[in-house]
Design a protein around this ligand. Structure first.
Ligand SMILES: Nc1ncnc2c1ncn2[C@@H]1O[C@H](COP(=O)(O)OP(=O)(O)OP(=O)(O)O)[C@@H](O)[C@H]1O
Ligand SMILES: [Mg+2]
Length: 358
């Protein structure tokens, strides 16, 4: 068991800063996910931990062992890091059988034949692929190949497991089953894990904590609930789940609540939050948190329903009041053309700008 500490980790490729001053402490046995849009620096961070690329500065530590220290130009080579890695593409050797694929890292580590066989049996058992030991990768389905890739990463019992989109090639249903299975296996082995995905539903479902990244920077680090219910900025509010963003002006800001005037003139009460220099703000609220109410009142808008969409488990509506458009959801169908809706204070979040404004 081991904890993993990234301190001020920066990785530059020429003029591009792929990872910008990343600080994360992954606890022993923890399942931590790096989540963010394509190109935000997830794989680059993971590869630096594995030693497959060169960080520019900062430190990487596992337990009390320093793997990389930018100040001392001290780097432990990848094969000495004892880290299990599953790539975005599973990268099995096509001309080796499943068992031979697993044997390879053990041969590199100079394990004897008997111990190799025992470990291969154990690892294939863990991923329920023992009956397939003598098959070649092309004789397996995509999901089975991914399980073999995982077994190959686990076979030398690394204290640290790095998974780069390991379920990306599975169909939606299989992917949902695989993530439950993967999480159970990770808990059973108690292996410290960094998981990379750009799928936010997957991240929310499997992680102890999530680090949300954008353009090389970490925007927020927290439990799935923290990230979803208390997003640190409008980027996180928009990227995780979906949010409506209302333009407004700060009228009054107290310690635990604020008064905000929306673009149509309605005044609402929200939790306090930062405003831009000129007093402008955006109020974020998720479509499913908006409540339909019987009459006008505090934090209430009268809206016209412009479009209805049946999504199976909920109905979604595009609604409008004056110049404000937004989306809302209800569990059952609304028949009316106009309704009163309430923006519950506790579900509003206030930010100085919209996502992408920075
Ligand atoms: N070898 C390289 N040389 C130059 N730039 C690179 C190199 N590898 C990655 N980058 C750049 O660094 C940034 C981060 O890339 P990275 O592969 O970490 O993204 P990612 O978050 O894993 O994205 P995806 O979800 O698409 O896999 C990108 O802008 C990418 O173009
Ligand atoms: Mg990647």
């Amino acid at each position: 068991m081991a904890d993993l500490v990234l301190q001020n980790l920066t990785i530059k490729y020429g003029a591009v800063t792929a990872v910008d001053n990343l600080n994360i402490h992954v606890a022993s046995g923890e399942f931590l996910t790096l989540l963010g849009p394509s190109g935000c620096g997830k794989s680059t961070s993971l590869f630096a931990v594995a030693g497959l690329n060169h960080a520019t500065s900062g430190t990487i530590r596992v337990g009390d062992r320093v793997l990389f220290d930018g100040n001392e130009r001290n780097t432990v080579p990848p094969e000495k890091r004892n880290i299990g890695l599953v790539f975005q593409s599973y990268a099995l050797w096509p001309h080796k059988t499943v068992a031979e694929n697993l044997a390879f890292p053990l041969v590199l580590r100079k394990l004897g034949r008997a111990e190799r066989d025992e470990r291969i049996k154990e690892a294939l058992g863990l991923v329920e692929m023992l009956p397939y030991a003598e098959r070649y990768p092309f004789e397996l389905s995509g999901g089975q190949q991914q399980r073999v890739a995982l077994a190959r990463a686990l076979v030398y019992r690394p204290p640290l497991l790095l998974l780069d989109e390991p379920l990306s090639n599975l169909d939606a249903k299989l992917r949902e089953r695989a993530r439950v299975w993967l999480r159970e296996l990770q808990e059973r082995l108690n292996v410290t894990t960094i998981y990379v995905t750009h799928d936010q539903a997957e991240a929310l479902a499997v992680s102890d904590r999530i680090a949300v990244m954008s353009m090389g920077r970490m925007r927020q680090l927290g439990t799935p609930r923290d990230i979803y219910e208390r997003p640190a900025d409008s980027f996180v509010a928009d990227f995780i789940g979906s949010s409506n963003f209302f333009d407004g002006t700060m009228i009054e800001s107290g310690t635990d609540q604020a008064r905000i005037r929306l673009a149509d003139g309605t005044e609402i009460t929200t939790p306090s939050g930062p405003s831009a220099k000129d007093g402008s703000v955006v109020v974020a609220i998720r479509p499913e948190k908006i409540e339909v109410v019987g009459q006008a009142g505090a934090n209430t808008l009268k809206v016209a329903i412009e479009q209805r969409t049946y999504l199976g488990s909920v109905w979604q509506y595009a609604v409008r009041t004056g110049s404000i458009d937004f989306r809302m959801q209800t569990p059952s169908e609304l028949k009316e053309d106009t309704v009163f809706v309430r923006l519950p204070k506790e579900h509003c979040a206030v930010f100085p700008d919209k996502p992408g404004a920075k």
